[in-house]
Design a protein around this ligand. Structure first.
Ligand SMILES: [Zn+2]
Ligand SMILES: [Zn+2]
Length: 401
């Protein structure tokens, strides 16, 4: 029964707007009304909640369809509507702004918006007193290929809002507690008779929190949290892929005034390795071999990702680019036993900085190789050249040249 503005109107878009336009409109408004840019501005805070609520519904195709059909009634629990994730925190009349989507999903917009406001240091949330869920956080973690191979426990440090220990997070000064609002009896909203209708409005005494902090905690000025460093241990499973995301539930920003904490998302990128290139579970390694080894054959010793060595037999007459596959010497595979392969690709190195004697020997060798089948690739190539020139001569004679 509350008179609410149309979601499309809130975001300034038309009913048929594309998902892209929706996102753009949301992003623009989210920037404009973000609390970090509008400290203690009630109107901006209200707007910010409003656009978040609208976006949360409209970005979800199913919810959007329901909204298009039934309007706000689609999400009104009293009307037996859609419900599910559209609202948080019973007493709060508005919408909690955190950037994650409700059910463990991840709003792609989160990263952009979030990074823009990270520079601002500690957050001040104005004077609103309702409990709010803390924001989700992103942490970019670089992991070496060796750690990705064997798995690791990595300690990370975060500078984030954490629970204020002076007031244990509820925001009231030591020895006191937030009191239940007498105007709304803790409901956060009051009912008013307006003609035939009963209209429910946000309680103005407590701003919808249902509680009043008469004597705010001195340490956190009533917010229930402070900025502090946290150390966390992140378990990196063996075989983790580049770009993986690890969710640590409840390790994000601490909630406001006793609200639940957000989640922490650790984005794992695997550092390039100086020796190996990963392709799925396989590791590629490029190894140069000398002209002599390639011609006569020999052995090549190569390190493996597990810290050991393997010996590769190079057969006589090995050509540049040849690959040798070593079974089960590659990466470990996530949540599975067994390993991928290691593929060694050799390249024959042309000798440089030759002295006079070496040059003589090489010339001599070259002379002897003119007879006999020593350079099959070169012979094949020369045959092709010969045929090409013959064809050309034939054409020229046809044209009378
Ligand atoms: Zn405190
Ligand atoms: Zn109240």
């Amino acid at each position: 029964m509350t008179e609410k503005r149309d979601y499309y109107e809130m975001l300034g878009i038309s009913k048929g707007a594309s998902a892209d336009d929706l996102k753009k409109a949301y992003r623009k408004l989210a920037m404009k009304y973000h609390p970090d840019r509008n400290q203690s501005d009630k109107e901006a805070e209200r707007k910010f909640k409003e656009i978040n609520e609208a976006y949360e519904i409209l970005k979800d195709d199913q919810k959007r369809a329901a909204y298009d059909r039934y309007g706000h009634a689609a999400f009104d629990p009293a009307a037996g509507g859609f419900g599910g994730g559209a609202r948080h925190g019973g007493a709060s009349p508005g919408f909690d702004f955190h950037f994650s989507t409700g059910g463990g999903g991840f709003s792609d917009i989160f990263e952009e918006v979030f990074s823009e406001f990270m520079g601002g240091g500690a957050r001040q949330q104005g004077s609103a007193s309702s409990a709010q869920r803390g924001s989700d956080l992103r942490y970019n973690l670089k992991v070496s290929l060796e750690d990705a191979f064997k798995g690791a426990q990595i300690t990370i440090k975060l500078n984030t809002p954490i629970k204020c220990d002076a007031c244990e997070g509820h925001g009231a000064a030591k020895g006191t507690k937030p009191e239940t609002c007498t105007t709304c009896r803790g409901r956060g909203a009051v009912r008013m008779q307006q003609g035939f209708f009963t209209v429910e409005r946000t309680c103005t005494t407590c701003n919808g929190a249902g509680q009043i902090i008469k004597d705010p905690c001195k340490t956190c000025r009533g917010s229930g949290r402070k900025t502090g460093e946290r150390k966390l241990s992140v378990a990196i499973p063996a075989g983790i892929e580049d770009g993986s995301r690890i969710r640590l539930a409840g390790e994000g920003e601490s909630g406001l005034r006793g609200g639940p904490a957000g989640d922490l998302y650790v984005f794992v990128s695997i550092e390039p390795h100086r020796l190996f290139e990963r392709e799925g579970a396989d590791l590629y390694c490029k190894a140069p071999i000398s002209f002599g080894t390639a011609a006569l054959g020999g052995t090549l010793e190569v390190p493996t990702i597990d810290g050991n060595h393997v010996r590769v037999t190079i057969p006589e007459g090995t050509q540049s680019g040849r690959q040798f596959r070593l079974k089960s010497k590659g990466m470990s595979i996530l949540r599975r036993s067994g390993r991928g392969d290691m593929i060694i690709q050799v390249s024959v190195e042309t000798p440089v900085h030759l002295n006079k004697r070496q040059k003589e020997l090489l010339k001599e060798l070259d002379e002897t190789m003119k007879k006999g089948d020593h350079t099959p690739e070169n012979d094949k190539f020369m045959t092709k050249v010969k045929k090409f020139l013959e064809g050309l001569r034939h054409c020229l004679s046809l044209w009378g040249l």
